[in-house]
Structure formats: C-alpha cells, structure tokens
Design a binder for this molecule. Structure first.
Ligand code: B1M
Length: 211
C-alpha cells in the first residue's frame, strides 16, 4: 500500500517521476482520489509554502515542487474530469492579472468538467478585457476567478466592474476563490459566490446557476 506521506515528501522535493509513479500506484490500489489529492498533493504544496515563508525554499524549489504536483494531478485528471452528469453550464475560468499561480485553478477546472460543465480556461495573468471578451464570445453563464496573492486579488473587482461597464453583469454570475480570498471579500466586491476549495467550488457553481 502506497504511503501517502511518501508521495507528499516527493512533491515537496520536486520528484516528478516518483510522484507520477506513486500517484498511479495509489490509484490502482483503490486509494480514494480525494485522499490522494488532499493528503499527498495539496498537503505537499502546503509544506512548500511553509518552507518558502521560513526562507528554507526559494522560487526554484517552489517551481519544481509545482511541477511534481502537476504530474500527480495529470494522473488524477481522467477521474476528476470523468463526466457523469450533462449540464448546459459554460464557465470561463482564469487566474487574475499579475498572478501566475494555476494549480488550484486547474483543479477547480477539472472538478467542474467532471461535473459536466464546459470549461473555457484562460490560464493565468488574465486581464479584465480578456474575461469580458470571452464571456461575450461564448455566451458563458459564469466567470470563475482565482487569485493566490493579496496583491492580485484586487483585480477581481476590476473584472466585475468591467462586466458592469459592458452590460454583461446581469447575464453572467461571478465566482471567486484562492487562498487569500474569503467570503467577506467576495461579498465586498459583489461576487455571487466564493468557495474555499475545488470540491465546494462545484457545489457553489451549481447553487449559483440553480442546477
Ligand atoms: Co507562490 N506564493 N509566489 N508560487 N506559492 C504563495 C501563494 C504564498 C502563500 C507562499 C508563502 O509565502 N507562504 C505567497 C503569497 C503571499 C500572499 O500574497 N499572501 C506566494 C508568493 C509571495 C509568490 C511570489 C510573489 C514569490 C516571489 O516572486 N517573490 C511569486 C508570484 C508570481 C506571480 O504570480 N506573479 C510566486 C511564484 C510561485 C511559483 C511560480 C514559483 C509557484 C506557482 C506555480 C504554479 O502555480 N504553476 C508558486 C507556488 C507553488 C506557491 C505555493 C507554495 C503553492 C500554491 C499551490 O499551488 N497550492 C503557495 C503557498 C501555499 O499556498 N501553500 C504560494 C495548492 C493549490 C491546490 O491550492 O491554489 O490555494 P490553491 O487552490 C485551492 C483553493 O485556494 C481553491 O481551490 C483549490 C483546491 O482546493 N481555489 C478556488 C483556488 N482557486 C479557486 C477558484 C474558485 C474556487 C476555489 O472559484 C473560481
């Protein structure tokens, strides 16, 4: 039986191949996807964050750890995106301007796809204009914004303002998330919803879109 602590340590140490191999093995043994995600992959990134705060890790270490985490997520992707329900929801997803963190956003995207939503992922460092343009072009029902930095989460408000300015706000729901974002912040900027993690993000999107 794969010890998820070992997977976690390999994420911290940026061992891409080992993370891939152990994640696959854990999955094949029947360990739950949620457990692998939370106790190995996400837990590993939390340690990386702590180490960065204590100056034990620097950007290169964070980057290799992120690469290892992504390798694990790719193994889980087919299960997370396995559509069980069909829904007509179209979601435009992106990390806000100035922010390059995409692991959490990708996870939210995979879970939404798994729940049957069509996800248009704009990637990272997405401008207000790009969000507006994509919603317009695709007639999307919801915009999901992610931010991991206290210095970039403020751009969520800019996107909402841009939606108001272009007359789209009445037609599209807005959902926000990411480590520094809170329900209070979501309320303050006039978002329709907030979720603290990828699992509750799916429930929240369904609630907002009344699906
Ligand atoms: Co950065 N980084 N980083 N980093 N990084 C953090 C976020 C930080 C907390 C580390 C620390 O100090 N402890 C800190 C932010 C401090 C702050 O603002 N409060 C920080 C910093 C300072 C920086 C730089 C400024 C460092 C520098 O250059 N001096 C720099 C900024 C670059 C930029 O964006 N412009 C930077 C760079 C990077 C890397 C590029 C090296 C790398 C990112 C690689 C990548 O994403 N491709 C990186 C990493 C890996 C991290 C940590 C270690 C891990 C982030 C992560 O992937 N977590 C992070 C510390 C930490 O979070 N523990 C840190 C795992 C992921 C699954 O969780 O993204 O929170 P998370 O997503 C969750 C929820 O938040 C939620 O669901 C997800 C799944 O449960 N969620 C949503 C996310 N989006 C959502 C959207 C929703 C709903 C829920 O609805 C739409």
């Amino acid at each position: 039986m794969v010890d998820l602590k070992e997977v976690k340590e390999n994420v911290v140490n940026g061992k891409v191949d080992k993370v891939k191999e152990l994640t696959q093995k854990a999955l094949d043994e029947g360990q739950s996807v949620g457990k692998i995600l939370n106790e190995a992959l996400i837990a590993g990134m939390d340690i990386v964050g702590e180490k960065y705060k204590k100056n034990e890790f620097y950007i290169p270490e964070m980057l290799v750890a992120a690469r290892a985490m992504k390798a694990g997520m790719e193994v889980l992707r087919p299960i997370l995106t396995d559509k069980k329900v069909r829904s007509s929801g179209k979601v435009v997803l992106g990390t806000v301007q100035g922010d390059l963190h995409d692991i959490g956003k990708n996870l939210v995207g995979m879970m939404l796809e798994g729940a049957g939503f069509e996800v248009i992922d704009l990637g990272t460092d997405v401008s207000s204009e790009k969000f507006v343009e994509t919603v317009k072009e695709n007639n999307a029902q919801l915009v999901g914004m992610s931010a991991l930095l206290t210095t970039t989460m403020i751009h969520m408000k800019d996107v909402i303002k841009a939606m108001e300015k272009t007359g789209l706000r009445g037609k599209v729901k807005i959902m926000v998330g990411g480590a520094p974002v809170t329900q209070d912040y979501a309320d303050e900027i006039g978002a329709d919803g907030y979720a603290p993690d990828a699992v509750s993000a799916v429930d929240k999107v369904k609630e907002i879109l009344k699906i």
